[in-house]
Design a protein around this ligand. Structure first.
Ligand code: NAD
Length: 496
């Protein structure tokens, strides 16, 4: 019997008959591990109704009561981090140490949300006018939808869910249908931590569930992470429906290496950030921009390191890189190898030569040199273990190349010149910048977000902007009458 993965609605697993189901694979063997229910209109309505019914009670739960649940959830996550990492690896394919890193970054966001009593303090101005006080209150929005991609099945949901809950909202989480189990474990741990039924619901599904959430009048806001075309669709549809939307999209992250850089450090960074999680990270480095004359030496150092990488089943502690998530994605990524060659790039390392055996979705680390703008390997987000090297003659050419790219998620510069790095951080049109740091994912008390086609909306994810996104502000102007009450006055209120 294939295991069934179903929705979590109103504090318990959904036990109805699904109209549609999807296959969930073990990417290392290619076998079907489970079948996931794909929501239709009925389950969508049930999940939203459960969240709406839970909202008044959760909204009025004290700050202490809400954060107590978050502290307890944090303890459970820490205690069961290995189990969650294993669930991620089984369905995503990434190696266990990488999955453990994902869980650790998720825990950071829970820890931030535990600061809600401090973070939700409003402002207070005594005597804004004589005898008049003005103060602001941050209130929850209501039912919010969180829609997440396959590549971080625990971390991305936990970029949003803890902050949304801390602010007093109730949530319908729609995880990726490719690796849905992590979301259910998260919901179970929240229930064990004391979260009331219906405050967090998990609705499994595909575009049908997403479009349903976007159009449901009870859903007040949507936090989305995924590819750029879907992010744009989510933003346009959700805002047209009058919702608050933040939609984080795809990426093409460039790492610029200046001639004065430490090339061993740069080569280590390019290989780690290019092939970690098989390149299936929105902050992966996919293009190395080598400023003359470092190209030859850098390509040789990167190639040397790639040849030592151990690719295998993510559950094997010896593996450094696992398989791709599905057979279809593996084929799509592999198709870029022929495309790159046809467009004139030099295929230095061909990942198709890798033979791991078994039926998994394998593709080895791949390196292209002499890539030029306009080639599909440069313009498209490949989202796999394919690294491209573009050679340029100057810092200015490197800057122009990165700024001309429609994506603006992450970037990095490798240099020992503080002045050049400072110029780069000022001039680059990208939301997250690393200086000798290849994957500059902000810590939980900053916010995460790209520019241009990498983010639609004006709030970045988690951190202070997350709290801003999940609350709306009310400003109260109050006067308690005293004997100086001046009677009727039809003039516009002036502050005296
Ligand atoms: P995806 O866009 O295919 O799916 C994301 C979510 O949208 C999933 O829940 C999926 O079920 C749903 N979906 C898919 N197609 C849809 C459609 N046509 N209409 C409505 N909903 C739809 O993305 P993915 O393949 O799961 O994830 C990889 C992508 O996510 C990459 O592009 C990556 O760069 C991006 N990503 C971005 C960030 C970021 O912070 N900017 C972080 C992680 C991943």
């Amino acid at each position: 019997m294939t295991r069934r993965i179903s929705h979590w609605i109103g504090g318990k697993p959904w036990t109805g008959e699904p109209e549609r189901t999807g296959e969930v694979f073990d990417p290392a063997t290619g076998e079907v591990r489970a079948r996931v229910d794909l929501a239709g209109a009925g389950q969508l309505a049930e999940a939203v109704e459960a969240a709406a019914a839970a909202f008044p009670g959760w909204r009025d739960t004290s700050l202490a009561g809400r954060t107590r649940v978050l502290f307890a959830f944090r303890e459970l996550l820490v205690a069961r981090r290995d189990e969650l990492a294993r669930v991620i690896t089984d369905e995503h394919g990434k190696v266990l140490s990488d999955a453990a890193g994902e869980v650790q970054r998720a825990i950071e966001n829970v820890e931030y949300a535990c600061g809600a009593p401090q973070l939700l303090k409003g402002g207070f101005s005594e005597n804004a006018s004589r005898g008049v006080d003005v103060y602001s209150i941050a209130q929850p929005l209501g039912v919010v939808g969180v829609i997440s991609p396959f590549n971080f099945p625990a971390m991305v949901p936990l970029w949003f869910v803890p902050n949304a809950l801390a602010c007093g909202n109730t949530v319908v989480l729609k995880p990726s249908e490719k690796d849905p189990s992590a979301a259910n474990l998260i919901a179970e741990l929240f229930a064990e931590a004391g979260l009331p039924d219906g405050v967090l619901n998990v609705l499994h599904g595909d575009a049908v569930a997403v479009d349903g959430l976007l159009r449901h009048p009870t859903v007040k806001a949507i936090s989305f992470v995924g590819s750029t075309p879907v992010a744009r669709h989510v933003y346009e549809t959700g805002t047209a429906e009058g919702k608050r939307v933040q939609a984080l999209g795809g990426a093409k992250n460039h790492m610029v290496v200046l001639p004065d850089a430490d090339l061993d450090l740069a080569a280590d960074a390019a290989v780690s950030a290019g092939f970690g999680s098989a390149g299936e990270r929105c902050m992966a480095v996919s293009v190395v921009v080598a400023v003359d004359p470092v190209g030859d030496e850098l390509v040789s150092k990167v190639t040397e390191r790639m040849q030592a990488l151990r690719v295998g089943d993510g559950r094997d502690p010896g593996s450094e890189m696992g398989p791709l998530v599905t057979a279809a994605h593996r084929e799509r990524v592999a198709s870029y190898l022929d495309a790159g060659v046809a467009e004139g790039a030099e295929l230095v390392v061909d990942g198709r030569r890798l033979d791991v055996g078994g039926g998994g979705f394998w593709l080895g680390p791949t390196l292209f040199d002499h890539v030029r703008p306009g080639m599909s390997v440069h313009s498209d987000e490949i989202f796999g273990p394919v690294l491209s090297v573009v050679r340029v003659s100057s810092y200015d050419e490197a800057l122009e190349l990165v700024n001309a790219n429609p994506y603006g998620n992450g970037t990095a510069i490798f240099t020992n010149d503080g002045g050049a790095a400072r110029r780069f951080q000022n001039e680059i049109e990208v939301g997250m910048v690393g200086v000798n740091v290849p994957i500059p994912v902000p810590v939980g008390y900053y916010s995460f977000g790209g520019w241009k086609d990498s983010l639609f909306g004006d709030s970045h994810a988690y951190g202070p902007e997350g709290f801003h996104f999940f609350t709306r502000t009310k400003v109260v102007t109050s006067r308690w009458l005293d004997p100086s009450h001046g009677g009727v006055n039809l003039g516009f209120p002036r502050n005296m």
